[in-house]
Design a protein around this ligand. Sequence first.
Ligand SMILES: [Zn+2]
Length: 308
Amino acid sequence: MRFDDNAGLDSSEVQDLRGSGGGGGIGGRVALGGGGLGLVGLVIYFLMSQFGGASSAPNPASGPGLGSVGSGQQVDATTLAQKCRTGADANRDHDCAVVAIVNSVQDYWTQQFTRSSQTYRKATTRFFNGGVRTGCGSATSDTGPFYCPADSHVYIDLSFFNELKTRFGAKGGLFTEAYVLAHEYGHHVQNLTGTSKRGNGSGPTGGSVRLELQADCYAGVWANHASTTPTESGKPLVQDVTKDDISRALDTAARIGDDYIQSKLGSGHVNESSFTHGTSKQREKWFTTGFQTGQPARCNTFSTNDLG
Ligand SMILES: [Zn+2]
């Protein structure tokens, strides 16, 4: 995947909380009722009430370019804005590539919602290091990337992408990151459409698995449209999505299936009743369904008896 050198980036869709040391030991851990990718060591104490959601009110004590997002956390609003301006920046800088992916995913959904006479509300991705406080409680990097419906942000410690390679054995590459981010934005779409509420219950045909497979499918839908979705300037930001890109997305999907994680990274024993995200095969199948059809309506994981 390459970006058009001349396309503009909107860095305001990503907030940088790295270095603000937010995670620390206060309050409950974030609970991922379908928000994350389904990782080992997902710790779940849901004490959301301890957090009123991250505030974006300006903090008078902040320096220039810094905004407060809850106690002890600050957004560095200047660095990304300065370095991530065009597709050329995205082609040479990793942070800017993530900005470009987020822009492309949200451009697609904005246009898709408009086509179906709905309004898409953009969600900001927040970079963090180590730990972070969110509207869903506090989280550490162990949680993996996740979407918090309470504050409508995607949270990601970018070191996760190294972990995918070293711990999960994934091939990695930029399109792996695109798949992961597009999956999290799939959860945002579900939040906007009200589908999130149906995502309760574990087990191989439970609501959680259906929600996760639908998010995988939505990621595939975006991949289908990525190189034809124009930015506000009228030209697509993503120049191409190659076969190699798709194979990297599928490789990643295979590494984060419940059965793979339980058998290779967990106890070694596969327990279907605790499935929350679907098997590796199912995750590959639903990403492929989205990619091949390009139609969100085909991501009908709640109305099918055949999840794969
Ligand atoms: Zn998910």
